[in-house]
Design a protein. Structure first.
Length: 489
């Protein structure tokens, strides 16, 4: 069967952008900026974007487009022994999408509860006690929360409807699911800047504390954010680029995706901090105490702020609809990465069937997060996958493409098909800067996790996290060595 193709370039760009723009732009970036030096945070952030984010994204686009395969096949074409690296990337994708969908399931529940603003007056209690019905600790599973499970299946049904025809159905969905949340953000911004207090919020967001730049933690945060926000090392961008033809432009698409994604983050920061500023004005709580990242921002602080606004129901609907839309194209991009690899291997299979199996398997893997201890597992798994698996894939990907296959060879290909020419700096970034930066991040994180058990969770629970970090990596090493021996023998 002929390879699937994007209908046109805009569709490809929208799909790549949809994957990049997700919850990370809304609940991670603004928080990091507020915490790590305000406007000064933009310095390490932009440096990381240009030094690591853009070159790495360009690498993934180039590899997928040149090799015309998903992650496993593409890595194998770079070097026959490296198929296992694709497996490592895709296992991480599978793990991530299985909990990412659970966060979307919470958003769906909130969307349904929005008209009545059910959390009004007690946002924290509503989230933890009513929605999650959270248990006392990770030791107490507390059984399945059926409402979340049901919502999770609805989310997976939605994701399935997006990916069932591959690029054809994804192409139709992204026309709406990518611009719409940005428009909704714009509406929320207009709402927020017509309320008092927003300027204080912006001040907190943007006022530079230059001293922060001396703290290594700030730099680590910026580099890992860039990695996460561009959906790198998941095999996604490789799969998406493999649906372009091998003559398509690469350099421009890379810059467009990277800049529009970061632009959305900056924009989201204005919205989040304007709302927090209003809330601080209304409740007298310092803005610094309100700024939170992760579920705390989207499911506690923000809902509370919305409930304090005029027309709370309407704006809550808009907000949670936006959250769902932001999440869905990231979620189906992860699913697509898996589909692409399976379809490369088993060309006779139908896309619809493969998608169904992948969606079903990932929804089953997500059940653990629908228990009453689900949020603890989610926190642990998220920490380990994003701290270790991704960095490992990133490091080996640059070694493979930069050193084994040859950065220069890849750069020549990029320049052959692109209008904008890429200079030799790209080779330097791929061969030296990125592996060094990622290894530093990995070592820093490792020594931190060894010294202080993550969030004080019990050893057995963290053991699950370590297993998730280590087992896929050992599998990759095993396959690498095995293949090498076979070749030599
Ligand atoms: N890039 C997405 C974001 O910033 O929210 C996050 C993400 C997307 C993570 C896709 C993982 C993923 F596979």
């Amino acid at each position: 069967m002929a390879r699937q193709r994007w209908a046109n370039r805009t569709i490809f760009l929208l799909a790549a952008l949809g994957s990049a723009v997700g919850l990370g732009n809304l609940w991670r970036f603004p928080y990091l900026a507020g915490k790590y030096g305000g406007g000064a945070f933009l310095v390490p952030y932009l440096i990381a974007l240009v030094l690591v984010g853009v070159p790495m994204l360009m690498l993934e686009f180039a590899v997928g487009q040149k090799m015309q395969q998903g992650a496993i096949g593409s890595y194998r074409k770079l070097h026959p022994s490296f198929g296992g690296l694709g497996i490592l990337a895709l296992l991480s994708s599978f793990i991530i999408v299985s909990y990412y969908a659970v966060v979307m399931a919470w958003s769906l529940i909130y969307l349904l509860a929005s008209w009545g603003v059910k959390w009004s007056g007690n946002a924290e209690g509503y989230f933890f006690q009513e929605v999650l019905q959270v248990s006392e600790g990770v030791n107490i599973l507390g059984g399945i929360n059926w409402f979340i499970l049901l919502s999770l299946f609805v989310v997976w049904l939605l994701v399935y409807c997006c990916v069932w025809e591959g690029t054809k159905s994804v192409g139709k969905v992204v026309l709406y699911s990518v611009p719409l949340p940005v428009i909704l953000l714009g509406i929320l911004l207009i709402r927020a800047v017509t309320l008092p207090g927003f300027l204080q919020g912006w001040e907190m967001y943007l006022k530079p504390t230059w001293g922060a730049l001396l703290d290594s933690e700030v730099w680590t945060a910026a580099f890992s954010q860039i990695f996460y926000t561009l959906s790198l090392a998941f095999g996604i961008m490789i799969a998406y680029a493999s649906y372009k033809t091998s003559e398509d432009d690469i350099a421009k698409d890379t810059w467009m995706t990277a800049l529009l994604n970061s632009g959305t983050s900056l924009f989201a920061g204005f919205v989040v901090f304007a709302v927090l500023g209003y809330m601080a004005w209304k409740t007298g709580t310092p803005i610094g105490e309100l700024a939170a990242s992760g579920p705390g921002l989207a499911f506690v602080i923000f809902p509370e702020a919305l409930s304090l606004m005029p027309l709370p129901g309407l704006f809550s609907v808009l907000f949670f609809l936006m959250l769902l839309l932001l999440g869905i194209d990231s979620a189906f991009s992860l699913t697509e990465a898996l589909n692409a690899a399976i379809l490369d291997q088993y060309k006779h299979l139908q896309i619809a069937k493969v998608s169904m199996v992948v969606c079903f398997a990932a929804s089953i893997a997500g059940i653990i997060y629908t228990t009453r201890a689900g949020i603890y597992f989610l926190d642990i798994v998220d920490h380990f996958v994003t701290s270790y698996n991704l960095l490992l894939v990133g490091i080996f990907q640059t070694i493979l493409a930069g050193w084994i296959y040859g950065a220069e060879k890849l750069r020549r290909y990029i320049n052959q098909v692109s209008d904008w020419q890429v200079g030799k700096w790209w080779n330097v970034s791929i061969k030296y800067i990125i592996p060094i930066v990622l290894t530093t991040l990995l070592v820093t994180q490792f020594s931190k996790d060894i010294k202080i058990p993550y969030q004080g969770y019990p050893t057995w629970a963290l053991g699950i996290g370590w297993a998730i970090a280590l087992i896929p990596f050992l599998l990759f090493l095993f396959l690498l060595v095995k293949d090498k021996n076979k070749r030599q023998g």
